[in-house]
Design a binder for this molecule. Structure first.
Ligand SMILES: Cc1cc2nc3c(=O)[nH]c(=O)nc-3n(C[C@H](O)[C@H](O)[C@H](O)COP(=O)(O)O)c2cc1C
Length: 395
């Protein structure tokens, strides 16, 4: 699109400013009869931390604002959640009895808290400043509460939506579909290995900065496999080393960047990556985190509605596993609790197409036994390599 300087007329002003996304809040209060009042605003903002002040900008002509102002010297800001577009539409529509189908309860300051909001902030009117055809209303915060660990509702170009964390690009999605088809080629091998060793065996494909379980097989004793299928785990150190720098995957630079400024962790991640590349396989041992806890964390991460806070929690969970990944030595006579054992499946050009992974291994395995099942997994991966090269040549 060509850059153009626009006239500052009414329509252009609205259209241009509509490109700036906002959250959506409902300012609530009670009228003298004790009936709830509400006004939807996109102009709610935080102002000051010390003292705690917030603001919103009502139109001077707004009847809802006049009623709120006249009813009380207090109001409550309700931050709507992404699944509350319906509530927003009901309350933004003109008319009486807007709250009939909107459940609420009273806040400590005596204002409606709408059910299902992300959070609420009870305020006292602190100042009302002139802002052209709007007022700038400053509120002094009196009490507040977080109600839900959920994404907020967003408003952009006159449409509602939600925040999403670097979702897959269309190209990643297409590539992922190809990987799902490719993984089917490995089906016989993973089922054979799962039955023979009484373990879980999965195929994992890269999808941008995530890794996705695209095929799973279980020993008959276990039924965890179906829970893994489709699960998406982030490639953040120490996870995903075998897929770093593969096509459709994360680069080494971005993989390390996910550790932020944690220089010690970056150094460890570099060492682990070098070790994995040199040995051509990856191992993680059980640590303080049980497989169920890790699975739960990954499950939250897998949810497309995850919040940045949930993502941060996931990364700190993963960081606590660092020392359990890629031990330098596996002594034949020592015993280990192995969480995962993984090997790459390579294309003819040497790049990694998929990863084959064993899980649900017996506890306290001897180093010698781990090496034995590792070579079994490597020979299965070699068979799959031959098959996928044929498949890729024909597709
Ligand atoms: C997403 C959204 C954001 C809005 N933001 C504001 C706002 O910041 N200020 C405002 O005065 N009205 C805003 N409105 C309009 C009011 O919610 C309401 O529809 C309008 O004030 C109706 O006028 P009344 O108060 O006279 O009934 C917004 C409406 C929607 C749907």
């Amino acid at each position: 699109m060509q850059s153009t300087q626009m006239q500052i007329d009414h329509d252009s002003f609205r259209a241009l400013l509509g490109n700036y996304p906002t959250g959506v809040a409902v300012i609530t209060g009670l009228d003298p009869r004790g009936e709830p009042l509400g006004m939807v605003v996109g102009t709610f903002t935080s102002v000051s931390l010390n003292p705690p002040l917030v603001a919103f900008l009502p139109m001077k002509t707004s009847r809802s604002f006049t009623a709120l102002r006249e009813a009380s010297d207090r109001f409550c800001v309700n931050i709507l959640a992404a699944d509350q577009e319906g509530v927003c539409r009901k309350l933004a529509a003109p008319g009486e009895r807007k709250f009939d189908a909107v459940p609420w309860r009273l806040s400590p300051e005596g204002n409606p808290i709408i059910q299902g909001v992300v959070g609420w902030i009870d305020c006292e009117f602190a100042n009302i400043v002139d802002g052209g055809d709007h007022y700038i209303v400053l509120g002094a915060v009196k009490s507040m509460g977080l109600e839900r660990d959920a994404l907020p509702l967003l408003f952009f170009q006159r449409g509602y939506g939600r925040f999403s964390q670097g979702p897959l690009s269309a190209a990643d999605e297409r590539q992922l579909l190809r990987s799902v088809r490719l993984a089917e080629v490995a089906r016989e091998e993973i089922e054979a290995i799962a039955a023979e060793l009484s373990v879980g065996c999965s195929v994992i494909a890269p999808a941008g900065s995530d890794a996705v379980y695209v095929a799973v097989a279980d020993s008959s004793a276990s039924s965890q496999g179906k829970d893994r299928l489709g699960v998406r785990a982030p490639m953040a150190p120490p996870l995903g080393a075998l897929l770093v720098d593969s096509p459709n995957s994360i680069s080494e630079e971005l993989w390390l960047a996910r550790l932020g400024k944690n220089a010690e962790a970056v150094e460890k991640a570099r060492e682990q990556l070098a070790r994995v590349r040199e040995r051509g396989w990856s191992i993680s041992l059980m640590g303080s985190l049980s497989p169920a806890e890790l699975e739960e964390a990954i499950d939250t991460y897998s949810c497309p509605q995850r919040t940045p806070e949930q993502e941060r929690r996931f990364f700190s969970t993963v960081l606590s596993m660092f020392d359990m990944h890629e031990p330098a030595e596996l002594n034949e006579g020592d015993r280990y609790d192995v969480m995962h054992l993984s090997v790459p499946v390579k294309r003819a050009d040497g790049t990694t197409a998929l990863v084959m992974r064993l899980s649900e291994l017996p506890p306290q395995m001897q180093g010698a036994d781990i090496k034995r099942i590792l070579s079994r997994l490597q020979s299965a991966a070699a068979n799959v390599e031959v098959l996928i090269r044929g498949h890729l040549a024909n597709s």
